[in-house]
Design a protein around this ligand. Structure first.
Ligand SMILES: [Zn+2]
Length: 261
C-alpha cells in the first residue's frame, strides 16, 4: 500500500453507509481515481464533508491499493471551494456538463497534466464573473479535444489547405467533417464524403473560441442560433472521437489479456 500526496478536483461524491463517502477525483499526478473517505461525514475541520462537495479543489493524501478499484482517502484539505460558482445556477450547470464529459471520457488512472490544468482553469473562470458560461463550455470542449489528441483544425480547408474565406454575397456551402475535425470550403465541399452543413457565422465563432480559449470565450456573445449549431457540432465531434478512443482502449486491453493467457 503506497501513500500518494497530490492535489485533485472532486468530480462527484456520494454518501456511503452511515458516515462515509465515495468520491471520484481528477488528480494532478495520477489522473482519475475513486476513493472512499471513511467516517468523513461525522468529522469536523480539515477532513470534513465539504472537501468532497463537487467541484472542489483539494490537497489530498490517499493510499493506493494495487488492483483495487477504490483507494482510501486519508486527508483532504480545501484549496479552492469554488463557492461563487456553486451559488449560481448557470455556472453550476455548466460545471456539471464539464464533469459529465470528463468523467465519461477519461478512464481511471491515465494521468494528463494538461487536462488537470484545463479543468482547474475552467472552474476558476466559472467561479469568477462570466457573461456566458455556455461559451466557456464550448471553448472547454475545443481544448479538451486537443489535450485528448484530436484537435480541431479550424483555420484552413481540410482538403486544399487554403485559409477559409466566405464570399460577402450569395449562399456558400461549408461542410464540417466530423471524422477529420475541420471544414471543407465551398470548392471542396462536393468532394467530401460526409459532413454537417455549417454557416459562416458558426465557422467564425468556432475560430474565435479556439483562438481566445476559455478566458476570451466568457466575454463574447453568440446569437442563439449560432450557439445551438456550435453546441450540436461540438457534441457530435466529441462523441465520435471519444467512442473511437474507447474502442481503441478496449482493443488493446483485449490484446494484452490474450497475450497473457
Ligand atoms: Zn478547399
Amino acid at each position: 500500500m503506497a501513500l500518494v500526496k497530490t492535489e485533485g478536483i472532486v468530480l462527484r461524491a456520494m454518501d456511503y453507509r452511515e458516515t462515509s463517502k465515495i468520491a471520484t477525483i481528477y488528480t494532478k499526478d495520477v489522473g482519475k481515481i475513486r476513493v472512499i473517505a471513511k467516517g468523513i461525514r461525522k468529522q469536523k475541520g480539515g477532513y470534513a464533508g465539504a472537501a468532497l462537495d463537487a467541484p472542489t479543489r483539494d490537497a489530498i493524501i490517499f493510499s493506493h491499493r494495487e488492483g483495487r478499484e477504490l483507494s482510501i482517502l486519508t486527508q483532504a484539505d480545501i484549496l479552492d471551494p469554488y463557492l461563487h460558482l456553486k451559488n449560481r445556477y448557470e455556472a453550476i450547470s455548466t460545471a456539471w456538463r464539464i464533469i459529465e464529459l470528463v468523467d465519461h471520457s477519461v478512464h481511471d488512472g491515465d494521468p494528463n497534466r494538461s487536462l488537470y490544468q484545463l479543468l482547474s482553469q475552467a472552474f476558476e473562470l466559472l467561479n469568477g464573473e462570466t457573461k456566458s458560461t455556455e461559451n466557456v463550455f464550448y471553448a472547454f470542449e475545443i481544448a479538451f479535444a486537443e489535450v485528448l489528441g484530436f484537435a480541431l483544425q479550424l483555420e484552413r480547408c481540410i482538403r486544399c489547405k487554403k485559409k477559409l474565406s466566405f464570399p460577402s454575397r450569395g449562399p456558400t456551402t461549408i461542410l464540417f467533417s466530423i471524422a477529420r475535425g475541420g471544414f471543407a470550403d465551398a470548392s471542396c465541399a462536393q468532394h467530401e464524403p460526409a459532413g454537417v452543413q455549417a454557416s459562416p457565422g458558426v465557422v467564425r465563432s468556432l475560430q474565435h473560441l479556439q483562438r481566445d480559449g476559455m478566458s476570451g470565450a466568457r466575454r463574447i456573445r453568440l446569437s442563439p442560433s449560432v450557439a445551438r449549431e456550435i453546441d450540436e457540432l461540438l457534441s457530435l465531434y466529441l462523441r465520435y472521437h471519444i467512442d473511437e478512443l474507447n474502442r481503441g482502449r478496449t482493443k488493446s486491453r483485449n490484446r494484452a489479456s490474450e497475450q497473457r493467457s
